[in-house]
Ligand binder design. Structure first.
Ligand code: AOS
Ligand code: ZN
Ligand code: ZN
Length: 388
């Protein structure tokens, strides 16, 4: 008998994880970017590859864009292209980190003309959202300073709020802004949105259409990320996840690869806090595949999220509450660990087959010949983020 009940399966059925277009481009470190045969040459091919992930998993119904990396002549044509392939265009990510003008900041810059340019870029991103039907604008800022005394920390925070207010004012009724935090890189002394508290303070002042984006790779080692998940859900301000995993810094490795138990703990708080299948909480990947093939890397990633979601659903919440209330520390911990140690893979494989999907999406993709086809057809695929 399956370890997953019809209720668990009904919850899993609705799960959707957005893929980042940049995961399909070549990527690497400052030391070397390795090319992968078959890498997309333009946004159209990135969307086609993302659609493959959805074909084999039914878990990835939308694709996030990055502007200007994914600039095309007609976003309504790109939208149609995506829809023809069975996916939609999702979150639009702004980019204020590759322009010389932004050396000392963008939305926080001392110079009003540069702030204006950065604000206008975000307004242009909202124009893209109007054409693609996207709901969310995701803002990650590469702003900060490297040396104590270099910058007026307080002034930058005030200017950030003013800039965000102008962007927020342009959002449509059904659109949202999510503000991502990161405690380091590319600035190393301070960043202007280093932590969830700063992001929360900034978005609360904006209004209901603004919330926090939590990237799992953006915390100091040892941070209890699931506590932050709990708190943001409790405050109604967890807008989205950027899922990935890390061993050291912002490694952007496959989610669940480095620490599956942490992913389980995060997803348990999502389930506990009403964040699963909640349209207010978007699940996205933010990953790069430096040495592995990109499409199977993304397939593995969404399956990892699904597997840990299934395990999180398995926690016997009534028994857990009873153990917590009675102060039975070890019983409570055992209930939690029982769910984590349950292998849900056979049950999920069986369920996939019952829905007309391959039991093993990784093997089905490998056998499909798609990888060989794109490797033969596409020459000169682009580095993530630098494409046409
Ligand atoms: C940067 O560290 C952030 O995680 C961004 O969300 C994202 O990775 C970037 O916008 C894509 O390069
Ligand atoms: Zn991110
Ligand atoms: Zn990151």
């Amino acid at each position: 008998m399956s370890v997953l009940t019809p209720d668990h399966l009904a919850a899993l059925e609705k799960q959707g994880i957005e893929l980042p277009s940049w995961a399909f481009g070549n990527s690497g470190t400052r030391f070397k970017v390795f090319g992968t045969p078959g890498t997309p040459r333009d946004p159209w091919e990135k969307i086609a590859d993302a659609a493959q992930v959805n074909t084999y998993t039914a878990l990835a119904p939308s694709v996030a864009l990055h502007i200007p990396w994914d600039l095309v002549d007609s976003f309504s044509d790109l939208r149609k292209h995506a829809e023809d392939l069975g996916v939609t265009l999702g979150t639009v990510n702004s980019n204020t980190f590759q322009d010389d003008d932004y050396k000392f900041g963008a939305l926080t810059h001392e110079d009003a003309a540069i702030r204006r340019k950065a604000i206008d870029h975000h307004l242009a991103c909202i124009d893209v959202m109007d054409a693609t039907g996207s709901r969310d604008l995701k803002i990650w800022l590469a702003e900060g300073s490297n040396y104590p005394g270099q910058a007026d920390l307080r002034g930058r925070q005030d200017r950030l709020q003013e800039s965000l207010q102008q962007i927020y004012a342009r959002l449509g009724d059904d659109q949202r802004l999510v503000l991502e935090y990161k405690f380091f890189e590319p600035a190393f002394y301070h960043t202007d949105v280093p932590d969830w508290g700063t992001s929360y303070a900034q978005v609360v002042s904006l209004g209901d259409k603004a919330s926090v984006c939590l990237d799992t790779g953006h915390h100091a080692p040892g941070t209890n990320i699931e506590f932050i998940v709990m708190q943001l859900l409790r405050l109604g301000k967890l807008g989205s996840f950027d899922f990935n995993s890390r061993f050291y810094a912002d490694d952007d490795l496959i989610v669940g690869a480095a620490d599956p138990f942490q992913l389980f703990r995060i997803l348990f708080e999502v389930v506990r806090g009403g964040g699963l299948n909640n349209p207010d909480v978007a699940f996205m990947l933010d990953q790069c595949h430096n040495v592995e093939d990109k499409i199977p890397g993304q397939i593995r990633s969404v399956l990892n999220v699904q597997e840990m979601t299934a395990r999180a659903l398995l926690v016997d919440r009534d028994a857990l509450t009873a153990a917590q209330k009675s102060g039975d520390v070890l019983a409570a911990n055992a209930i939690f660990m029982d769910a984590f140690y349950t292998d849900v893979r056979p049950a999920l494989a069986e369920w996939r087959e019952s829905r007309g999907l391959a039991a093993d999406p990784m093997a089905a993709y490998a056998a499909s010949g798609y990888q060989q086809k794109i490797a033969a057809e596409r020459v000169g695929g682009v580095q993530a983020g630098w494409g046409a």
